[in-house]
Ligand binder design. Structure first.
Ligand SMILES: [Zn+2]
Length: 533
């Protein structure tokens, strides 16, 4: 077969045991790899219609896949400037003033990924924000569990007293006035939708732009953990327009408020797919996050939190996991606390069925896990879908909320990536963007260094959980393919595999600190160049 794309003169890390290294690779017209070899072999496959890339100086790896990312949810929530690098109030003022100048006096100024430390201890953050932004503003903290709105934004949304909201969501009032704090998403949506709702066209363009940004970071695929049938329709529309530039596995999300009719409907959509995206996965939340006391723990945290499942009726959650698993869905359960992990394992064991897609049921996050739970994951063929990158918010002196709530013993079991691998569990890695940075180079570096690459000033809190360079790369390639049952067609540079490639201007297995600045030269999805530096 003639090649659509051929890269020659490169160093190809294939992750294929049959041929670990090559200098050239060709992708055919059907988007799969037709040959891997030396330059002469691959040049022989090139013709008039072949895009021939001189790979001199490039290191090519299998296309990098983020096993936990939210391109759709991010398009809905990550609006305005990213505030991840803002360190203090003065820095926040600079960003917000620039937005105000750009948008005009009456517009809603937005921002996301704010560090809690910036407004820590401020009595009425909404009033300070009003001053900083010079008018109405709405910001989200990095974990998207808390948000801040100015009093003017809250008033414009028609909120004059604490509204009734789902779950523990709240627009906080004190002495009859809003403090500006919005707890959990229902409060955020109330203000957002009154002032600045997102249109279907904006959402579509937002998802498209996110995928392009991810491509530029070297990502070719993702497990997009925010699916519903609207997301499926959106991906179909993007694909029809040639704008779906990542290969996505997209779960359907089941929540406590999901009705029985909705459940029945979702069960009919197991085999939905396009050319580059597919469903077949059901996503559940067994708990929340440690910092707010909503991670489900075997023993309460230091503030008495962590005692509850996210579902008011855990029995129903268990039944639904079993039902979707037995219908052939792959199940993915958000379980941060040790009790939540045990709950998910028990439900998967009760279902006693492997996913129809050939992958493994999976647990998302596992921020603290005992030896026993890791051994169960390995023995029961349940994948450990972990985000070591989330360790970055801990303080070197252990004064952060995550560490304080868990106490030394449990905090000593943080993101046990090396132990999970040693136990024999599948270990796909993810960022959970927009929660953490989507950049896979930061993921690779963090997994190896247990701090961000290029940031020698950051504390290293659990060096023994560092992964080798190859094991970290496997987390974004072969393990990411295996968890969704695609070991035979994805995650390697080998004939017959998906033509998904990432090329760096240097060796991603080299100095881990250099990953922070390692240029992404080329990103290829199905033989199509989706990013070129
Ligand atoms: Zn997530």
């Amino acid at each position: 077969m003639r090649a659509r794309l051929a890269i020659v003169g490169a160093d190809v890390i294939t992750l294929d045991p049959a041929r670990p290294h090559a200098s050239a690779v060709a992708v055919g017209g059907d988007g799969t790899i037709v040959a891997v070899g030396d330059d002469a072999e691959i040049r022989a496959l090139a013709g008039a219609g072949t895009e021939l890339v001189d790979g001199t100086g490039l290191t090519v790896t299998p296309g990098l896949v983020d096993s936990h990312i939210h391109p759709v949810w991010g398009a809905l929530l990550a609006r305005g400037p990213e505030l991840r690098d803002v360190r203090d109030v003065a820095g926040l003022r600079d960003v917000l003033r620039a937005e105000r100048a750009r948008l005009g006096p009456d517009a809603l100024v937005r921002g996301w990924a704010l560090d809690y430390a910036v407004l820590d201890g401020v009595d009425r953050p909404g009033e300070l924000l009003e001053e900083l932004a010079g008018g109405p503003a709405l910001l989200s903290y990095f974990d998207l569990h808390s948000h801040v709105a100015t009093p003017s934004a809250i008033a414009r949304a028609g909120v004059t007293e604490p509204p009734r909201l789902d779950g523990n969501s709240e627009i906080v009032f004190r002495d009859g006035r809003p403090t500006g704090e919005l707890v959990e998403l229902p409060a955020y949506w109330l203000v957002n939708d009154a002032l600045d709702p997102i249109s279907p066209a904006q959402l579509r363009d937002g998802v498209r732009d996110n995928l392009r940004r991810f491509n530029a970071l070297g990502l070719t695929g993702g497990h997009a953990m925010d699916g519903d049938l609207e997301a499926y329709a959106l991906l179909d529309a993007l694909e029809a327009d040639g704008e779906l530039t990542m290969r996505l596995v997209v779960p359907l999300l089941l929540l406590p408020q999901t009705s029985d009719e909705q459940v029945a409907d979702y069960l009919r959509h197991r085999d939905d797919r396009g050319a580059l995206w597919r469903g077949g996965v059901a996503k559940f939340f067994a708990d929340g996050v440690v910092e707010s006391g909503t991670a489900w723990l075997e023993e309460p945290d230091a503030r008495g939190g962590g005692t509850d499942c996210y579902w008011p009726d855990p029995e129903r959650l268990h039944e639904l996991i079993v039902r979707f698993a037995q219908a052939g869905f792959q199940c993915a359960t958000h379980a941060i606390g040790d009790r939540a992990v045990r709950f998910a394992l028990d439900a998967y064991a009760a279902a006693a069925t492997a996913p129809a897609n050939g992958g493994q049921h999976r647990i998302e996050h596992l921020e603290i896990a005992t030896d026993e739970l890791l051994a169960r994951c390995a023995a029961e063929r349940v994948a450990v879908s972990m985000q070591p990158l989330h360790g970055q918010w801990r303080a070197g002196d252990r004064s952060d909320e995550w560490t304080r709530r868990l106490g030394p013993t449990r905090a000593g079991r943080a993101w046990r990536a090396a132990d999970a691998a040693a136990a024999g569990a599948l270990l796909p890695l993810g960022s959970d963007w927009p929660v953490a940075q989507a950049d896979p180079r930061l993921q690779l570096g963090y997994a190896r260094l247990r701090r961000l690459p290029g940031r020698a000033d950051m504390p290293v809190l659990d060096r023994e959980q560092a992964l080798s360079a190859r094991r970290a790369l496997a987390g974004l390639t072969t393990e990411a393919a295996a968890v969704v049952g695609q070991s035979a067609t994805a995650g390697r540079v080998a004939p017959g595999f998906d033509g998904d490639l990432t090329a760096f201007a240097g060796d991603p297995l080299g100095d881990a600190d250099a990953l922070a600045e390692l240029p992404v030269a080329l990103t290829v999805v199905g033989g199509r160049i989706v990013h070129r530096a």
